[in-house]
Design a protein around this ligand. Structure first.
Ligand code: GDG
Length: 542
């Protein structure tokens, strides 16, 4: 029995967040205990802090564990470690995960939502598992739910859950928020189960999207596929006397957390390391002149008998050019470009790499002067499309590095591991330019995090016009991410911008994202939910 199960006499209502994954994962320790690890991704970053700071808030989600891999004792230990952190874990079999998560969620809904219909797989088997697992989430919630509770369902994995809950419980408030875009009816209606999905989410009292455009797309789908109109206030009268409300709630970040973390010693060390390595500041890598480096290299090479002799510079000056260019008197200043993404085809990594390659080709004066730190966190490695994308990105990085590298300069530093937040902030802080160029994105938190890590200072943001964040961050260098030439030009302009001008632009954007944080977003949604839901309760909700 879960320690949070509601007894008959319980009256205090609570907020229960439900999402596919919990905000934390567990790592088994040698002594048999489990250690918590923060999950990476937009949803966990945005709502995690709200959950940890509200002690009456529970979170229900998939544990990431297959029960077949554990003894009953281990399952119990996992469950109780989660519960100590107010998380209620669901255990799904490998088959359920394949159908529900890798299958219908990530191979069908994710591509459709991001206008990648050509990647969408329509498989009746995965739909069945998706429906079944949505029921399992309702079963997991059932013993927890008390009269007056608010259940806030997250994202595209659980689009049937709001209506399942409405049918099973008539005295709770139900919210649903979509973290990804909502497509136009032309795309959405290709989904064989489009009507069931719409009816599923319309079980909620309040449906939230990142932008007004996504709200409009959703309303058009409801109108065209279910023949139901939405009134000017966003009310949708659904069968059975229930009214759902739709609205836009652009998500924010915990601005102060990023600003503060950037000042931590680890973030500063990371930033310093990148600046030294890229030649932005003299350091252990670049504290010598060309001739000193050349002769030291020659000496070392002679001693070790390696293939590059002291002749390298005389015979192949282009291989050592970078070093001379980096510290030559008349050279361009050395600059750092950064990006942070889950390795996902919606994030536009290949297109962005081609734009970076084009910069080096079109403006060779940047060769040796601009170093790109590319953090691509592994994601959905069990889905074939993602495995292919990883290969493609690996190859492109290799190709560009092979084509342009010098003895002392490599154009792209490619990291394909997940890093803790401090070094991530160090990477952001080191970036003279951030390249945030998704092909499609609900919001994109990375753009906002970069600006928070440059609080009150310079740093240029190149931002795709295909993400929700572009609506709030108009002072950035806005690009069409499919347009390689345009992205290359914007990158060039961003590298050339004066610190005064970029600080001025950043101040305007920072003021906006400082005012609309992850915290105000959560509170705003929950307030609106309270306004619209009318489950006939006492006043003890939230
Ligand atoms: C979805 C929507 C929407 C990435 N690598 C590391 C790391 N991250 C963090 C970033 C950022 C988050 O992951 C990614 O957020 P995004 O918003 O960019 O993208 P999605 O994961 O696709 O999120 C998106 C979001 O939900 C919220 O509604 O904005 O449109 O697709 O916070 O910093 N964090 C750490 N190490 C990494 O290696 N610590």
């Amino acid at each position: 029995q879960c320690r949070f199960a509601g007894g008959n006499g319980d009256t205090m209502s609570r907020l229960i967040i439900v999402s596919n994954r919990l905000p934390v994962s567990l790592d088994a320790q040698p002594d048999g205990s489990y250690a918590l690890r923060q999950n990476v991704g937009g949803l966990a970053t945005a709502i995690g802090p709200y959950h940890s700071s509200h002690h009456d808030c529970l979170w229900v989600g998939w544990s990431g564990e297959d029960p077949a891999d554990h003894t009953p004792e281990e399952i119990e230990a996992i469950r109780s470690t989660y519960e100590e952190n107010r998380c209620i874990p669901l255990f799904l079999s490998a088959e359920q995960v394949a159908g529900f998560y890798a299958g219908f969620s990530n191979n069908t809904l994710w591509p459709l939502m991001h206008d990648f219909s050509h990647e969408a797989v329509f498989d009746p088997g995965t739909w069945e598992t998706y429906s079944h697992v949505n029921q399992l989430f309702a079963d997991a919630l059932a013993p927890l739910i008390r009269k007056g509770d608010t259940v806030w369902v997250q994202d595209y994995h659980l689009m049937l859950l709001p209506n399942i809950l409405r049918q099973r419980f008539n005295n709770i408030s139900i919210g649903w928020f979509l973290h990804v875009p909502f497509p136009s009816p032309e795309i959405f209606r290709s989904l064989p189960q489009s009507r069931e999905i719409l009816k599923g989410v319309l079980g909620a009292d309040l449906l939230g999207f990142h932008t007004v455009d996504f709200v409009e797309n959703f309303k058009s789908c409801v109108q065209q596929l279910l023949d139901i109109e939405t009134d000017d206030a966003g009310h949708i009268a659904v069968d059975g006397g229930h009214t759902a409300t739709v609205d836009a709630f652009p998500i924010g970040i915990d601005y102060n957390l990023y600003r503060r973390t950037t000042r931590s010693s680890l973030a500063r060390a990371m930033r310093r390391g990148i600046e030294e390595q890229s030649g932005k500041r003299p350091g252990r890598h670049h504290d010598t002149s060309l001739s000193a480096e050349s002769s030291a290299a020659a000496e070392a090479a002679t001693k070790s008998g390696s293939w590059w002799s002291h002749h390298v510079h005389e015979e192949l000056p282009e291989l050592t050019l970078a070093q001379s260019a980096m510290f030559g008197k008349d050279s361009k200043p050395n600059k750092v470009v950064v990006s942070v993404d889950r390795l996902d085809y919606t994030k536009g990594l290949p297109e962005r790499l081609r734009a970076f390659e084009r910069l080096l080709e079109k403006y060779p004066e940047w060769i040796g002067h601009v170093t790109y730190y590319l953090l691509a966190t592994p994601s959905r490695g069990d889905v074939e499309t993602y495995q292919r994308l990883k290969q493609q990105v690996d190859q492109l990085v290799g190709k560009i590095n092979g084509r342009f590298s010098m003895l002392a300069w490599t154009p792209i530093h490619y990291i394909t591991r997940s890093l803790p937040i401090k070094p991530v902030c160090g990477i952001y802080a080191a970036g003279d330019v951030a390249l945030v160029t998704p092909l499609r994105d609900g919001m994109n938190l990375v753009a906002k995090e970069y600006l928070a890590c440059h609080d009150g200072r310079d740093g240029a943001l190149v931002l795709s016009d295909m993400c929700g964040a572009a609506e709030e961050l108009g002072e950035a260098f806005i690009v069409n991410p499919y347009d390689i030439e345009m992205t290359c030009e914007a990158l060039h302009d961003a590298l050339e911008i004066s610190p005064e001008e970029s600080t001025r632009r950043n101040r305007a954007m920072q003021a906006r994202i400082k005012a609309r944080t992850a915290g105000t977003w959560c509170a705003g949604f929950l307030d609106a939910l309270l306004q619209v839901s009318n489950p006939g309760l006492d006043d003890k909700r939230l």
